[in-house]
Design a protein. Structure first.
Length: 279
């Protein structure tokens, strides 16, 4: 039967039929048989596969490395000497073996000077108030007539209270004998406050403030081993005034003897006597 399709088109159609993709069954590859027929084949199938060997890395060049020795620090014990670790080799040595300390010690021994610890109080003038050689004594005033003087006295007392130091305040406005003591110690025309620590004259408010701000006051108090107390404990008898009114004359400084008024011999010029509780 004649066809109306041209010859080139027929050739193309024939070519498509020959180049057409195969079916799925034709394209699928045949599977490998996994059937097991013997016990040996089953054991070989279940046996773990050997791990691949790790690649060996190249050896590190030892010529570029420095040898480091680690020295364990000895345990700290009570009463043992402090130790330091030197930079060379990490060896542990005592502080006493420090080259600078040893050299200084040898120089002192050659010069005939004994090795002594530095006393922070050695730079202050030795002046001891009566009954105040082993304590902290403050000469102050409670009068507010001169405002700056009163504020300076309060500031000095506050500094020692912050250090929790037990100090003995001697108010020159309550007892004239305290003012005479201060004049004998420092000279005429002296002003308050004035501070004495363990028989050494420290100075006034400017010296105490400077020592406190630089940290030297704390070291002085530690060296002097002054008495300390936690919190302020005021005397129950006088409220830390150190004086109470005279019970003999009632604070008027006059007593009647055989009908004649005489000066009371138990109180001071202000009609005060030492507090029997804290004195």
């Amino acid at each position: 039967m004649p066809s109306n399709v041209q010859a080139p088109i027929l050739e193309k159609l024939n070519q498509f039929e020959t180049d057409a993709p195969h079916s799925w069954d034709e394209k699928q590859e045949p599977r490998k048989s996994v059937s097991i027929h013997t016990l040996e084949e089953l054991e070989a199938k279940l046996a773990p596969k050997p791990e691949k060997e790790l690649k060996k890395t190249e050896p590190i060049r030892t010529g570029q490395l420095r040898k480091v020795e680690v020295v364990s620090k000895p345990e700290s014990r009570v009463g043992t000497e402090p130790v330091i670790e030197s930079g060379a080799g990490g060896a542990v040595r005592s502080v006493k073996e420090n080259i600078f300390i040893v050299r200084d010690k040898l120089e002192r021994e050659k010069g005939g000077k004994p090795v002594k610890k530095l006393d922070p109080l050695s730079g202050f003038e030795e002046k001891s108030p009566p009954s105040g050689a082993n304590s902290v004594v403050l000469y102050t005033t409670s009068l507010r007539g001169v405002r700056k003087t009163f504020e300076d006295c309060t500031r000095v007392k506050t500094i020692f209270e912050l250090h929790h130091v037990i100090f003995y305040e001697r108010d020159v406005s309550l007892h004239g004998e305290f003012l005479n003591e201060l004049r004998d110690l420092t000279g005429e025309g002296v002003s308050v406050p004035r501070v004495f620590i363990k028989g050494r004259y420290i100075g006034g408010v400017d010296e105490v403030v400077e020592l406190n701000e630089s940290g030297r006051l704390g070291r002085i108090l530690v060296w002097a081993r002054v008495e300390r107390v936690e919190g302020r404990q005021a005397c129950e008898g006088c409220g830390d005034a150190r004086f109470v009114p005279c019970l003999e004359c009632g604070g008027i400084c006059k007593v009647l003897v055989d009908g004649v008024k005489e000066r009371c011999g138990k109180c001071n010029e202000n009609g005060w006597v030492r507090c029997p509780t804290c004195h």
